[in-house]
Ligand binder design. Structure first.
Ligand code: SF4
Length: 213
């Protein structure tokens, strides 16, 4: 990334982090993936069971693999070869894990976390159940406000996600959201965390890179 763009991106991270802190979330900012990974590995030290929301960001940082190699009980429902009942069982365990790691589809400069899910396991675990939640996001996920966040999710994040997951939605074919009625529609549950959920310890880690969708 060009130095000037990197600087601007850092300003946006700081503004968003300041708003998140006002809304009760803890935050940590990183200029590189390496710094963030080191911090996240250290943060996972006291956790035995670690759940993962389906996330390209976490996959890009290889966090499931790194933590499994450290002997942690990693709860990854997207592992290849799992039967539907096994996936469901892992999702249920994620709701009761020591540490839940996830990304967010968008976060706003006003300090809100915005997500759209199909099943709801990821967003559910974000706001109640796990002892601790850490949200990891690249600066590319920062949006101006709620409208911008929802537009980002529908037109930037959802089409490649639907395509990656093999769903026959219009956006997976055209690259654009048509607010479809597809039986395979992935946009089913919209959540906005305006403040930190009352019973959940929640840290938002922002990385000055482009990560995930
Ligand atoms: S509503 Fe349908 S077309 Fe729009 S992003 Fe969601 S799945 Fe794709």
């Amino acid at each position: 990334m060009d130095d000037n763009l990197r600087w601007q991106s850092r300003q946006r991270m700081e503004k968003s982090a300041s708003a998140l802190e006002k809304n009760g979330f803890s935050t940590a900012l990183f200029d590189s993936c390496d710094e963030a990974v080191k911090f996240l590995i250290e943060s996972a030290d006291g956790a035995e069971s670690i759940g993962f929301g389906g996330s390209m960001t976490l996959a890009q940082l290889d966090l499931p693999g790194r933590l499994a190699a450290m002997g942690k009980n990693t709860l990854v429902h997207g592992r290849p070869g799992l039967a539907a009942e096994q996936r469901r069982g892992i999702m249920q365990q994620q709701l009761n894990c020591d540490l839940f790691l996830t990304s967010t589809n968008a976060l706003t400069l006003k300090g809100q976390l915005v997500n759209i899910d199909a099943t709801g396991n990821r967003v559910g675990a974000m706001f109640f159940g796990p002892k601790r939640v850490i949200v990891v996001a690249g600066a590319n996920k920062i949006t101006e406000d709620l409208d911008d966040a929802l537009a980002r999710i529908k037109n930037v994040a959802a089409p490649p996600n639907a395509r990656r997951l093999g769903f026959a939605t219009p956006c997976a074919r055209t690259g654009f959201c048509s607010d479809c009625d597809s039986p395979q529609r992935i946009c089913r549950i919209t959540t906005i965390l305006d403040r930190r959920p009352r019973a959940t310890e929640m840290l938002v880690c922002l990385i000055n890179e482009s990560l995930g969708y």
